[in-house]
Structures are given as C-alpha cells and as structure tokens.
Design a protein around this ligand. Structure first.
Ligand code: GUN
Length: 284
C-alpha cells in the first residue's frame, strides 16, 4: 500500500498568481489595468465570503477590482441595466455575477446579458459553445483549475479513461469537455447512474463534483488512479471536507487533491487568469 502524492492547490495557486501579477505589471506599463467587477445580489452568507475572497485575490495580484453589492429586492431589469453598464465600462475587463441569484431573477437571462468578451466565469452560452467546439473563449474556472492541476504533475490524458461524477453546467459538463479535448475517453456519471463503482473502478482519472460527502471511497478506486476532489462540504464536526473519503482513497490513488487546499484556491486563481487574459486580448 502506498500513500498518494498530494496535488497542492495552494502551492500551485501561488505560482500561477505570481505569473498573473508579473503579466499584470507588464500590462499596466502599457497603460492598461485589468479590472474585474463582482456583482452580488442579496445576503447569501457563503456568497459573501466567496466574493470577498475574489476581490481580495485581485487586489493582491495588482488587478483593479470592484464589488457591487445590491439589496435582495433588486429587480431583474435593474440588474440587467447594471450588467449593460459594466459591458460598456472600459475599466472593466471581466464581469462576474455571483450565483445563486434571488428566485425572482432569471440567472440565465442575466448571464446571457454579459458580453462574452467579459465573461470570465465562462458561464455564457457563447463561452460554453466555444469550449464545446474548441474555439477560443473563457473556460469555467473550477474545471480549468483541475486541468492545471493535472498539467502540474505532467499527466498526459491521451488514451486515459476519465470519469467525472456530477453533470453541473459549472463543473461536470465543462470538465468532461476539457478532458475530451486532451484525448481522454470520458464518462460522465450522475445521480441516475445505476452502478457508480463499476464506472469509477475503470477510471485512470476521477473528478468528484457532486457536493456530497463520501461519494468516492477507497473500494471504488483503481490502484494508481488520479483523484481530483471538487466538493466543498462540512463533516459532522463542522470541518470543511470534499466529496472524497480522503483517508481511504489516499491509500489507493497515486495523486489526490486535499480539501481544503486543493481545487478551491485554483478556482479563484483561474478567475484571475481569465480576467488578465480578457484585458490582454482587448489590448492586442
Ligand atoms: N457560485 C458558486 N460558484 C460560483 C462561481 O464560480 N461563479 C459564480 N458567479 N457564482 C458561483
């Protein structure tokens, strides 16, 4: 029995954010400061933490960042007008509308109102379509971060079997397309998959993105597999944990991402990368 090597999201983030900071300095020398607008509607406590972290990460890397907070009573028309104003604001290169939005606002409509050139979350249908057909566009930050983690260990996906657990628009579906683009054979599993273990036992790479503890246990993992854990859950003691039974799976896998300190920091890092790239693209 071996113990898996950790893929350290904090260390990789630090390295990538230093690169973002250096490229930001170079862009500023040419008179362009990359700018991100983060829009939050309502008081969702988790969202408040997320947006604060996103704005702080921008500032730490030298990017310009504005946080626009609105009352939960904001109407859809008012939010659409704000997005339109940000689309036309030359100091803003990336626009992020934090989800979930209040129930009276149609999130799809709001995301579709963001200019694809500023869609640094990669949630617009134009961004999703670009990923689908392999055209340039912004990739959703969490699966993009997972790809960077695989790259960091020099892992070649060609001919490998990747199993993605979860089919969300934010993680599971774009993750599968990115793995496919790197020539993996990809299986997407979800709540209606009859025998998840039969699928995961075949996998060379497993991405768990369900949002439920212990979705993946040691008996479900082929020895030597690479395991990426996108989950953000709390255990009975209130401690942050992922979707993977880390103690067990780390005895079987070759590489594994911890929670916390794995995929989490990579999501914000890739948001910085996308925002910087939005500014760089506009400047060329
Ligand atoms: N809510 C949870 N994760 C995300 C994210 O990555 N982006 C946005 N906009 N909202 C979220």
């Amino acid at each position: 029995m071996t113990t898996a090597q950790l893929i350290d999201g904090n260390a990789l983030s630090k390295q990538l954010r230093e690169d973002v900071a250096a490229r930001t300095t170079a862009l500023k020398a040419r008179g362009i400061t990359p700018g991100l607008a983060v829009v939050l509607v309502g008081e969702n406590p988790a969202s408040q933490v997320y947006v604060r972290n996103k704005v702080k990460a921008c500032q730490d890397a030298g990017l310009h960042s504005v946080l626009e907070k609105f009352d939960v009573s904001m109407t859809e028309a008012e939010l659409l007008a704000r997005v339109d104003a940000l689309n036309n604001d030359p100091t803003i290169h990336g626009i992020l509308v934090q989800l979930p939005l209040p129930a009276h606002i149609d999130a799809h409509k709001v995301i579709e109102a963001i200019s694809p050139a500023k869609d640094v979350d990669g949630f617009h249908v134009a961004s999703a379509g670009a990923l689908m057909v392999g055209r340039p566009g912004f990739w959703p930050c969490t699966p993009y971060g997972c790809m960077k983690m695989l790259e960091s260990i020099g892992y070649s996906l060609r001919g490998k079997h990747a199993v993605v657990i979860g089919r969300s628009n934010i993680v599971g579906k774009p993750m599968a397309l990115m793995l496919l683009q790197q020539n993996a054979t990809v299986t997407i599993c979800h709540s209606a998959t009859p025998d998840l273990k039969a699928m995961t036992l075949q996998a060379d790479v497993i991405v768990a993105a369900v949002g439920k503890r212990n979705v993946l246990t040691a008996d479900m993992v082929k020895p030597g597999a690479v395991v990426l854990d996108v989950g953000m859950n709390r255990n009975d003691e209130g401690k942050l944990c992922g979707d993977v039974d880390f103690a067990g799976v780390s005895q079987v896998a070759s590489h594994i991402t911890p929670v916390p300190g794995g995929v989490g920091p990579m999501t914000i890092t890739m948001l910085l990368v996308n925002t910087l790239e939005a500014a760089e693209r506009e400047s060329t």
